[in-house]
Design a protein around this ligand. Sequence first.
Ligand code: NCD
Length: 332
Amino acid sequence: MTTPNPQLDAHGRLKHFLTIDGLSRELLTEILDQAEGFLGVAQQAVKKVPLCRGKVVANLFFETSTRTRTTFELAAKRLSADVLNLNISTSSTAKGETLLDTLRNLEAMHVDMFVVRHAESGTAHFMAAHAAPHVSIVNAGDGRHAHPTQAMLDMLTIRRHKPDFDQLSVAIVGDILHSRVARSQMLALRTLGVPDVRVIAPRTLLPTRVEEAFGVTAYHDLSEGVRDADVVIMLRIQRERMNSALLPSEHEYFQLFGLTEERLATAKPEAIVMHPGPINRGVEMDSQVADGRRSVILEQVTNGIAVRMAVMSMCLGNQHLGSPSQEEATHA
Ligand code: NCD
């Protein structure tokens, strides 16, 4: 028996969503299946379902974000939850209040779920360990550790184009070392059964022992690494997380690792190109590729709302896997 996963309740159901690590293929598949169902909500005249009516969700973003924060907000609103967006730069933590005090105060206002982004790895786990029993924590990115909803929206995007995970070659290109997105993607891809996951980066931007730790293959040449790939995922260069000169100039980086149509030529003809955003055009990829026919970058944004609806709804009690206890069944 391994140690219990802090994200799961006693019945194996999702209570918090902190990391992909330790979650089963069945559970990840349920997230994707539920998200698939939620994609249709955006097509309705009234873009809402009542699944989380009466619940209160607080967005706590200690690090900047537009896409992730707004899609979490829309997701909560489409589930009919009430949403609080805390402006951290003007809030109490800026006046010295600790994270735990912020948590306790919002719990006293009967917040049911916190969506947390923080520059420090481990913040979401810390909050989950200290939250009141009825409260759920969703990690919206912690340091370079994890960004599990991003990974799941990427998995949904891949599955909608390439339904059979067991057949795929997926290449992740760029600043793997500092990327919480890459870590969560590698775990999700391997858990969902993708046999061939490649990471392509300069040696200075790869974590040590990445191959053994994540079951992936490392490449240092872009054209070689994307050869026959079905999916090419580009990452943003995380300048804000670099404390030394790990890169030559951006121009030189683009010369070696920037995605262009020519470099993409070795991938499969129907390969899709992804990027979590924000893109640095001319650094990670050129505009021809970013806006080209193989790019699914804007689909990733749309899918992000559906995946976040699925995760929030499941954490707040709407889950099929696992068996409800008697007490929960009567309270449902
Ligand atoms: C990612 C993040 O913040 O980790 N972006 C996002 O969620 N939209 C990726 C990045 O900033 O590079």
